[in-house]
Write a protein that binds this ligand. Structure first.
Ligand SMILES: C[S@@+](CC[C@H](N)C(=O)[O-])C[C@H]1O[C@@H](n2cnc3c(N)ncnc32)[C@H](O)[C@@H]1O
Ligand code: SF4
Length: 410
């Protein structure tokens, strides 16, 4: 969740949604994203809505404190229950993300999950994930999460190389993420993801290969590999501007992506979204698939975004302002927009083109269709799928996904 918030119309104090947003809700899956806005230190590349203790000092008072956070977030889950009214849906996915969720006690994460279970009920096969930083968990912590209902865990590994971890300001040591996977398996986690970043200044092709090999050697069933984005305003952007570290270029990113695809597919992992690979259907992240397919999700926590039936809204960013709104019985929503049919079409093209199943051609308008024919003849879309009426990226298309999407959306 990037930290900048869009403009929009105000959210009513009670958070009420237009009736149209709830129409037909029973036929759509419902997920919860629970944001934890705290980190021990800030990584130089990170633009997420998260705060270190130093950044919070003197702002937001006791309300913004980590100690009260699980109770505050549970208040928003109860608000969600009131807003969604007699919506009969059980929750299909819960994803606790950050920030660093595992900076809270395991009991706090379990408490947050319990609030969702108590208010909505969880589907019998619900996917319950938390993100975790490798240096903030251990066997007991993981066992407590597993006993509390979590069945999937996503570790921020980023790299196996010490010099790359240093440029990224990561606090864990090489080897620790792999130990975490073993500890998570021993605790009974069925699904384990490792997040990797490629294209860090100073990283070589061999460094990247070593990271992929180390990740695969640990035995996860899911790997996310993201090209490093140098976000404006971050410490890393400043270091690059001052010439302290070099910037990698797009060609390097493309080479690294090809190495990722080659290495991961040789190990039996298949891509199902441009940046995501799983070793089986069951290993895919259902929660992300809800986002990518325009389902309903409630994002609780400071700065979290939600989407229900074509209405998208976002919460105030600061943990103090967030807690103050809930303490006063108000929605923490900062703004919202009601999506038009055209907004929803554009969003579907943007998200679904990045999926292995691609996007139906009948979702494209005339200019987009013409662009899709050019993309097909340039080898960016798969011929067989095109014949079946779908735009599906080839490997070369995946390298240029952002540009292809921009053309097809017109
Ligand atoms: C919200 S972060 C939180 C995960 C956890 N706090 C951690 O750092 O391990 C989720 C993932 O987004 C990716 N990420 C964050 N900022 C990024 C950036 N600027 N460029 C590429 N990937 C990024 C990282 O792989 C990270 O693990
Ligand atoms: S630990 Fe994760 S969320 Fe926190 S600053 Fe680093 S990348 Fe961002």
């Amino acid at each position: 969740m990037p930290s900048a918030l869009p403009d929009g119309e105000p959210v009513p104090a009670d958070g009420a949604l237009p009736a149209a947003a709830l129409a037909g809700a029973a036929d759509r899956p419902l997920g919860f994203y629970l944001h934890v806005p705290y980190c021990a230190t800030r990584c130089g590349y990170c633009d997420f809505n998260t705060y270190t203790a130093t950044e919070l000092r003197g702002t937001g008072g006791v309300l913004a404190s980590r100690d009260n956070y699980a109770a505050t977030l549970a208040d928003e889950v109860r608000l969600a229950r009131a807003v969604l009214g007699d919506d009969p849906r059980e929750v299909r996915t819960v994803f606790v993300g950050g920030g660093t969720p595992t900076l809270l006690d395991a009991a706090d994460l379990v408490r947050m999950l319990s609030a969702v279970r108590e208010e909505f009920g969880l589907a019998a096969d619900a996917e319950i994930t938390t993100e975790a930083n490798p240096d903030s968990v251990g066997p007991e912590y993981l066992a407590a999460l597993r006993a509390g209902g979590f069945n999937r865990i996503s570790f921020g590994m980023q790299s196996a190389r010490r010099h790359v971890l240093e440029v990224l300001d990561r606090t864990h040591t090489p080897g620790r993420p792999e130990e975490c996977v073993a500890e998570a398996r021993a605790a009974g986690f069925e699904h384990v993801n490792l997040d990797l970043i490629y294209g860090t200044p100073g990283e070589s092709d061999d460094d990247w290969r070593a990271s992929l090999d180390a990740a695969l050697g640990a035995g996860p069933d899911h790997v996310s590999a993201y090209a490093l984005i140098v976000e404006e305003g971050t410490g890393l952007a400043r270091r690059i501007r001052r010439g302290e570290v070099p910037m990698t270029d797009d060609d390097e990113h493309a080479d690294r992506y090809l190495i990722a695809e080659e290495t991961l597919s040789a190990a039996g992992f298949a891509w199902y979204e441009v940046s995501n690979w799983a070793s089986s259907e069951a290993g895919r992240c259902l929660h992300n698939e809800l986002y990518w397919r325009g389902a309903d999700w409630w994002g609780a926590g400071p700065g979290a975004h939600s989407h229900v039936g074509g209405v998208r809204w976002w919460n105030v960013k600061h943990p103090g302002a967030y807690a103050a709104a809930l303490a006063a019985g108000r929605s923490p929503g900062a703004g919202r927009e009601v999506l038009t049919e055209e907004d929803r079409r554009v969003e579907r093209v943007l998200l679904e083109l990045r999926l292995r199943e691609g996007v139906p051609l009948d979702l494209l308008r005339e200019a987009g269709l013409a662009a899709s024919r050019r993309a097909l003849s340039d080898g960016l879309l798969q011929e067989e799928a095109y014949g079946r009426g779908r735009a599906v990226l080839t490997l070369r298309g995946r390298l240029l996904a952002d540009a292809v999407v921009r053309d097809l959306v017109d």
